[in-house]
Design a binder for this molecule. Structure first.
Ligand code: BGC
Length: 255
């Protein structure tokens, strides 16, 4: 088992890529802390699935856009499982609006859930790692759009660009403590964030044609990379991004 007895906090862990990360990590022997907002049902049923497979997981109500709640998630890991090994900043939203359309409220929400949460989550985790004294790892679920424009989804792109620089800079700052920072940049993945695209056959045809591998990813294909990054084999990786996109960001148009 690649993650035996390691403890992970996974923000946004009860749906989409986050849920797949929880299940994949637990299957490799990890303990997992999963947040929920107001409705614990999905998190509770996910915990049941983890436990049925022999793993250990615990839920906590948290608003990931609040630094205090991120600290509470880290503390929950320590109180329940004795320590924290990996924080996965996975929670994310998008508005699918252009610069001209995006309201101030939309912008603030995207920044708070995508970027502020990754920033203060990393801070909370790093403080815990330093007090434990034996390193640690933050994995940010970013996007190919940390570096590649997606017109009509600009606030999301800006937030992910910020996450890219968070990882590069914090990785340099924290290296002396043995703390690693790594981004995973998925392309198009079959999750609730892409539900409207998946419901539109024309859009799906265009999307599949733009992906060299010819199809969207399943969440498990992202989760397996996260498990690898949290395992011993990735121990020399920091301040960098791992792209998992079926080739979409190469931007080939073909003829
Ligand atoms: C976005 C999706 C988009 C995909 C590929 C993701 O980061 O959330 O809406 O389909 O990138 O462009």
């Amino acid at each position: 088992m690649l993650l035996k007895d390691k403890t992970l906090v996974v923000t946004g862990g009860n749906s989409g890529i986050g849920e797949a990360i929880v299940l994949a990590a637990a299957a490799e022997g990890a303990n997992v802390v999963i947040d929920y907002v107001a409705h614990p049902e999905e998190t509770e049923s996910l915990i049941d699935r983890v436990e049925a497979a022999g793993g250990r997981a615990v839920g906590i109500e948290a608003d990931v856009s609040r630094s205090d709640d991120l600290h509470a998630m880290v503390q929950k890991a320590v109180d329940t499982f004795g320590r924290l090994d990996v924080l996965v900043n996975n929670a994310g939203i998008e508005t699918r609006t252009s610069l001209l359309e995006t309201t101030e409220a939309d912008f603030e929400k995207v920044m708070a859930i995508n970027m502020k949460s990754a920033f203060f989550g990393s801070q909370a985790a790093a403080k815990q790692f330093i007090s434990q004294g034996d390193g640690g790892l933050v994995i940010n679920i970013s996007s190919v759009h940390e570096d590649w424009p997606m017109p009509g989804n600009i606030a999301y792109c800006v937030s992910k660009g910020g996450i890219r620089m968070l990882t590069r800079t914090a990785g340099v700052e924290l290296g002396e403590h043995g703390i690693r920072m790594v981004n995973v940049a998925p392309g198009a993945v079959s999750t609730p964030i892409n539900a409207s695209t998946e419901a539109d056959p024309e859009k799906m045809k265009r999307l599949d044609a733009a992906i060299p591998l010819g199809r969207m990813a399943q969440s498990e294909e992202i989760a397996d990379v996260v498990v690898f990054l949290a395992s011993r084999g990735a121990g020399y990786m920091t301040s960098t991004t791992v792209t998992v996109d079926g080739g979409i960001s190469q931007g080939s148009v073909g003829l």
